[in-house]
Design a protein around this ligand. Structure first.
Ligand code: AMP
Length: 361
């Protein structure tokens, strides 16, 4: 079977590595060219249709791809995950509207297309509230927290040229995400719920939660509804805010997700392998955690620590040139014993510029 991946960054790299033992022929391509409105030219679309027509399946590692391009490619080649899911994930307004339609709890939101809309949003949401660009915001970019009436015009100056969404600010306790993979037979394999710590809108740490509690049940139900709605095949993730016992869906990702990287070393089957199994027509495997304590540390703007690593630590470098704020790699720490688990976290952080996000693990 021949598979093409659109996007040739670290996610594509890890997708390919996850199935090196299987007889799949996989090529990763740089992303098709796209303009600021998410469109590709007719020439670009026909070039990609030509290039991809001999593949059995096309998948993608990132959301920034023209829907029209994929629809055209889809005339001759199967595309997973569903283009409808991608279309919704590209637009925060469509995303939140879909959550609401499927009765998935989310924070209050309003479309903002004018200065008057923004003023009305301030009245109906109260302060603080958040303004975000509807399209192509990632890692906290393209958003502004409006803390008081004085900063309303600043928000408009910064973002008024884009289509916007205004949403209520959630004073959450913490953030979690649910990763799951669905195959073409209707099976959905759920990974454990994980807690995510962000700084400057970028994921820094993921902690695997083991309890199968009310939050897990609720996250899985939301993800199940979305996956069924899109007739989804492949790996999928939803990020939630947790406040008390309630989950508020914030964002969905129709692809393998940074908060699932722990599964490479911490589970019997990684999110990458389950994605490839699903899109190539095999059954997904039910994930089981390998150990009691698991954590992933993202290496942001710094390289893999140059120290001898304990055996419960697994480091992955993405082989990229060092730049500030760039995701350079990640570190997975997997252990059954809390003491040695914490010891290893300390060793890693002693050798990084970044500081730990949590005081206790
Ligand atoms: P996003 O791009 O929507 O994932 O936002 C990036 C980060 O900003 C989130 O992970 C949260 O930490 C924070 N954030 C986004 N939206 C809200 C909100 N409505 N209330 C509180 N914090 C938010």
């Amino acid at each position: 079977m021949k598979i093409a991946i659109l996007g040739n960054g670290q996610l594509a790299q890890m997708l390919i590595e996850s199935v090196s033992d299987l007889a799949l022929e996989i090529d990763a391509y740089p992303l098709p060219e796209i303009d600021a409105n998410g469109q590709s030219t007719a020439a670009e679309i026909s070039l990609w249709q030509q290039r991809l027509k001999d593949y059995d399946v096309v998948t993608y590692e990132i959301e920034n791809i023209s829907v029209e391009l994929l629809q055209t490619v889809n005339e001759e080649t199967r595309i997973f995950p569903a283009i409808d899911g991608l279309k919704v994930a590209q637009d925060r307004l469509l995303e939140k509207t879909t959550f609401k339609q499927l009765e998935i709890e989310t924070n209050t939101f309003l479309a903002v297309n004018s200065w008057a809309d923004l003023r009305e949003a301030a009245v109906s949401l109260g302060y603080p509230f958040i303004v975000k660009t509807r399209r192509f915001g990632y890692d906290g970019k393209g958003q502004y927290i409006v803390k008081a009436p004085e900063s309303l015009s600043k928000a408009w100056d910064l973002l008024g040229q884009y289509l916007l969404i205004a949403e209520s600010f959630v004073a959450f306790d913490y953030e979690v995400s649910q990763v799951a993979s669905a195959d073409q037979f209707g099976n959905i394999a759920f990974y454990p719920l994980v807690r995510n710590e962000h700084r400057e809108g970028i994921l820094r740490e993921t902690h695997v939660l083991h309890e199968e509690d009310e939050l897990t049940f609720s996250a899985r139900e939301s993800v199940r509804r979305l996956m069924m709605h899109f007739d989804y095949v492949g790996t999928f993730a939803v990020e939630f805010f947790v406040k008390g016992n309630v989950l508020y869906a914030n964002e969905m990702a129709p692809r393998v997700h940074n908060s699932g990287h722990w599964s490479i070393d911490g589970a019997n089957v990684s999110q990458f392998r389950n994605h490839m199994l699903a899109i190539s027509g095999a059954r997904v495997v039910e994930p089981h955690a390998n150990a009691r304590h698991m954590m992933m540390i993202n290496l942001i703007g710094e390289n893999v620590p140059a120290v001898e690593l304990p055996e419960n630590v697994f480091v992955k470098s993405y082989g990229k040139e060092l730049r500030p704020g760039r995701k350079m790699g990640h570190v997975n720490i997997v252990d059954n014993e809390l003491e040695t688990f914490v010891e290893s976290i300390n060793i890693i952080y002693q050798n990084l510029k970044a500081k730990p996000c949590l005081e206790e693990f």
